[in-house]
Design a binder for this molecule. Structure first.
Ligand code: SAM
Length: 279
């Protein structure tokens, strides 16, 4: 029986008032007056839209070191699941948020339901091709240039996005992320890391939907019987090395309970910090 999944933490996360944060995330989860899309339009996964967003806000602050004054970029922002709780956290004067996504309908909803009430929130459609989310997209993910200037973000979010991307697109994103992050800025990424416990289902309690099989020599793992990009796992070590190669130091690696009981979150979480210089 595994009670606690491993977590590696290197480097300090700035202090925060945990009681106040718990109060905030709890009140967001219960606040039915916050913008919420029609359930039939939610394409970002099942579960309680507001509660999942509120849970992640807690992870961004506790595990990632997000602060109210940060300039945030949300890559693959979908239909605003992370943006809505961030409207209650980022400070209106200094904090700001940009979200990008290839699904036009999600961005349209965010532009009409969120941005008009929160002038420091902005959303942009990027026509990136994806077999499932945007099959007719004009831009290849591998060749993507993010439409932002160098060094302008403090905190970049990628939740449940690389869980749908091939390895070469992950590498392309990491290079762009390092370009648009300020030195010392952080990337918060959720992923499926296929370690031994996950691969062998050692506890017999892995999420039954995620019976990953390795594709060729790796690093990707796909779920047999599903389109490859429906759920993508990576060899343990692939993302750590990719962070390192692109100039991000891994400051946190926290394994999630999709693989086995334990841990305070479902997907795995990696936090990387942009190094001062990168050869
Ligand atoms: C499971 S959803 C997660 C959405 C959002 N991050 C959240 O947690 O609510 C996956 C998202 O990744 C987006 N996506 C797919 N391919 C992408 C790409 N190449 N670049 C950026 N986003 C992408 C999809 O459009 C979709 O919104």
């Amino acid at each position: 029986m595994i009670d606690a999944l491993p977590r590696i933490e290197v480097g300090a996360t700035p202090p925060h008032d945990d009681a106040q944060l718990a109060w905030l995330t709890d009140s967001i989860a219960r606040n039915r007056f916050l913008p919420q899309p029609d359930p039939s339009n939610i394409f970002v996964g099942d579960g309680d839209f507001r509660a999942i967003g509120a849970e992640f806000l807690g992870h961004f602050v506790r595990l990632g070191g997000l602060r109210p004054s940060h300039r945030v970029l949300d890559i693959g922002c979908g239909i605003g699941r992370m943006a809505v709780p961030l409207t209650q956290y980022l400070d209106g004067e200094h904090g700001r948020y940009d979200g990008v996504d290839p699904v036009e309908g999600g961005i349209r909803w965010c532009k009409s339901a969120v941005a008009p009430h929160y002038p420091n929130f902005s959303f942009q459609h990027l026509d990136i091709a994806h077999d499932l989310y945007n099959p007719k997209g004009a831009i290849k993910g591998r060749a993507l240039t993010l439409p932002f200037a160098d060094g302008q973000f403090d905190f970049i979010i990628m939740t449940s996005v690389v869980t749908h991307l091939p390895a070469d697109e992950v590498m392309a994103y990491l290079r762009e992320i390092v370009r648009v992050l300020r030195v010392g800025g952080r990337l918060f990424m959720s992923a499926f890391i296929v370690d031994d416990i996950a691969a062998k289902n050692a506890t017999g309690r892995r999420d039954p939907r995620l019976g990953f099989a390795r594709a060729g020599q790796g690093p990707c793992w796909f779920v047999p019987g599903q389109p490859p990009l429906a759920a993508v796992g990576f060899d343990d070590g692939f993302l750590d090395t990719a962070f390192d190669r692109t100039g991000l130091s891994v400051v946190l690696k926290s394994l999630g309970h999709w693989r086995a009981p334990g841990g305070s979150h479902y997907q795995d979480i990696l936090v990387g910090e942009r190094l001062r210089s990168h050869a």
